[in-house]
Each structure stands twice: as C-alpha cells, then as structure tokens.
Design a protein around this ligand. Structure first.
Ligand code: NAP
Length: 359
C-alpha cells in the first residue's frame, strides 16, 4: 500500500525521517508492502510545498538547509487549515492511506498548536504519527478518543525514548498487565550534561555540544529546567497509568550550573547524580515528579552514561521490566516514526485480511 504523507514541521527529525524512508525503501516494500509519497510539507517560517503526485523531499531538505523557503503554497492558511486542505486534495484520506507526520516544536504552556494539528488531521481522515510530546502529554485521552471515533491511529512512539519501544512494548507485548508505576532517566541532554559535568566539563560547554548535535530542544531550557522530562512523564503516566496529567502537574526540578559540583561530589562518594522521572499510583491518584537524585552505584539508572536513557516499569504480573536506550539521536527518533507507520500498515493489512476471511 502507498501512504501519502503530510509533513507538519520540517526540522531535524522530519528531515532525517524522509532520508530514512529513502534508505529503507526496499525493506519497507519487501517486508511490509509499504511505499510512501510525501505530498505536502509545511514549516513555520520556511514556507510550504504541495504536489498531489509527490514532492521531492530531498530537494526540500537541501532548500531548508540553505535557509531558503521550501515553497510558497497556501501561505495565507493556518497550519491546521493547510492540513485540512492537503487532506481534501487527494483520495488517500478516504482510503485510510493518509498519514500526517507532526514534528513541530514542543510548546510547554499548552501543547499547542500541535494538539490542534492532530485534531485537524484526524478529523480529515488522516492517521497521525508524531515525535512531539505535547499531544500525549496534554491531551492523550481526548486525542485517543478522537482517533477511535475517526477509525484512525494516533501514535507517538518517538515522543519519549526516540526509537526504543516503550509504548509499543506495553501495547503489543504486555497484555493484561497493570503498570503500577515507573521511574527512569528520560532526557538525553541532561544525562549527557550530568555525565560530562562529573568529568569537569562546564554546564555551558556540555549544553552547547547537545545543541550542536541537534539533540537539545530548540529552547534548551526545556531540557535543563526539567520540562522535557516532565512532558515525557505526563505522557507515560497518561498512557500507562491512565492518569490525567499535564507537564504542569509534575513536581519538577531541573539542573543548573550549580548541579555540576554536586555531580562531582556524588561521583567521588561512589554514587551518581541523575535527573530521575517517576510516577506511581498513590491513594487513588497518580503522583509524578522529576528531580536530580543521588543514586547508589548499583542502581540501573546510575549506570547510564552520556545520552543513555532507561525506564523501569513496575507491574502487577511480571515484576519490574526495564528498557535501556544506549544510543539516542535523530536516526532513532526518525525510526520511531517509521515504526509507527509500519504499525498502521500492519493494522490495515490485518483488517483487510479479516474482511476477506469473512466473505
Ligand atoms: N531532535 C530530537 O532528537 C528529538 C527527539 C525526540 C523528540 N523530538 C521532538 O520532535 C519534534 C521536532 O524536533 P526537531 O528537532 O525536528 O525540531 P526543529 O528542528 O526545531 O523543527 C521543528 C519544525 O517545526 C516547524 N514548526 C514550528 N511551529 C510550526 C507551526 N505552527 N506550523 C508548522 N510548522 C511549524 C519548524 O518550522 P521552521 O523550519 O520554519 O522553523 C520546523 O520545521 C519536537 O517536538 C521535539 O520535541 C525531537
């Protein structure tokens, strides 16, 4: 099946996603019968492009890298209107083969306008895949409901652990298991910075390295102030603990230049300072927090170096389940989008197999 893709946001993640689609084209076709065509791309300040037969994404990547506009299509429309117009122009939405790929910047105030983008896409008959934490962190239940009503998928595997499966893991492999809580290190930038500061690196230098690598958020205070981790914690809690949290409900403390000497002192004492994110059911509600914690050296989270992340789930039937992300980066995040796309393709195939079997 061929998916028409509408790319909403065309920064680091979306550009890596389109090159990854190119690199995996043969595998996707051979193993999953999936091919893709990018029919529309929109940015905030770098213009828009639309072509029913498909745009040339690689040429747009080159344009964007040169700082040039990628096109001038529909400049008077809001992004949500552009999504609706793009969906209306082809027949893919009706067939369930249109996918909106939402990779705009995280807004920590309200998760907007990404939530509106997801709503517009679902209402137009598109599936949505996103690496943006905002929608699941602020509006998971409402958007999951809108997707179910529309008969479409709303998937966000890349929002928390890049390409390492966490939502997939629970959804696909832990049926009937109740998650009672989790703790983890979920922000690569601050874990890299804490590791570097333990070795004598300055706060500013360590942060600059993460910005240069495209790993830090566009507004890096979202990482250092703990907002990114709080958004991931809210998203995980909403999905896995059936909570109704936003990042503002997470008790939050980030890291500063003053955290460096604390990390050095902890290391000298045989311990590690980590920015720990945790949530658990307590007295009928879900309590969540993000804060630097000094951990004993044998704690799994204490052993995470550089950009590594990990989440330990506490479950009722299988005890603790830990997943560790040893490498992170744009390829992993782009892969998460690709895995969401394959999940949609598999579901469509399974449904049509079931329909054929009934006939
Ligand atoms: N980078 C990572 O490793 C990583 C990992 C996991 C998750 N994420 C999440 O993935 C998302 C994208 O990250 P990124 O690194 O690709 O960010 P980025 O490089 O800053 O790109 C963001 C893109 O969104 C566009 N945009 C912003 N507001 C928009 C709007 N209202 N309408 C249309 N387009 C809009 C920007 O337009 P312009 O091009 O005109 O600026 C840009 O193309 C973020 O939510 C981030 O938190 C990133």
């Amino acid at each position: 099946m061929t998916f028409d893709l509408v790319l909403v946001g065309f920064g680091h993640v979306a550009q890596r996603f389109v090159t990854l689609l190119d690199e995996t084209r043969e595998t996707l076709a051979r193993d999953f019968d999936v091919s893709t065509r990018v029919v529309a791309v929109t940015t905030h300040r770098h213009g828009r492009a639309y072509a029913a037969g498909g745009v040339a994404p690689q040429a747009l990547v080159e344009c964007h890298r040169r700082g040039e506009a990628i096109g001038r299509d529909d400049l008077d429309l809001s992004t949500s209107d552009f999504i609706r117009a793009s969906a209306d122009r082809g027949g893919a939405a009706k067939e369930g083969h249109l996918v909106v790929v939402e990779t705009t910047t995280l807004d920590i105030a309200k998760g907007q306008p990404a939530i509106d983008h997801v709503r517009a896409a679902l209402a137009s008959g598109a599936h949505v895949i996103t690496a943006n934490k905002g929608p699941a962190a602020f509006a998971y239940h409402a958007l999951a409901g809108a997707a179910a009503d529309a008969g479409r998928r709303f998937l966000f595997e890349g929002a928390v652990m890049d390409g390492i499966p966490i939502f997939n893991l629970v959804r696909e492999t832990l049926p009937a298991v109740r998650i009672d809580g989790f703790r983890g290190v979920v922000n690569s930038t601050t874990n890299y910075m804490l590791t570097a500061m333990e070795g004598g690196q300055t706060f500013d230098r360590a942060l600059a390295e993460m910005q240069a690598a495209g790993i830090a958020e566009a507004d890096a205070s979202l990482d250092t102030d703990g907002w990114d981790a709080a958004a991931k914690t809210a998203a995980l809690a909403n999905v896995m603990l059936d909570a109704r949290l936003t990042p503002h409900d997470v008790d939050r403390q980030g890291i500063t230049a003053a955290t460096g000497p604390q990390a050095v002192a902890a290391r000298r004492a045989g311990r590690r300072l980590k920015l720990v994110a945790a949530a658990a059911r307590q007295n009928g509600r879900v309590a969540a927090r993000v804060a630097p914690e000094e951990l004993p050296a044998d704690d799994l989270l204490a052993r995470l170096e550089g950009q590594q992340n990990a989440i330990v789930l506490r479950t009722d039937l299988v005890g603790e389940v830990a997943i560790v992300q040893r490498g992170s980066g744009l390829t992993q995040t782009a892969y998460a989008l690709l895995s969401d796309l394959v999940a949609i393709a598999r579901e469509i195939s399974a449904r049509s197999d079931a329909r054929r079997a009934r006939v």
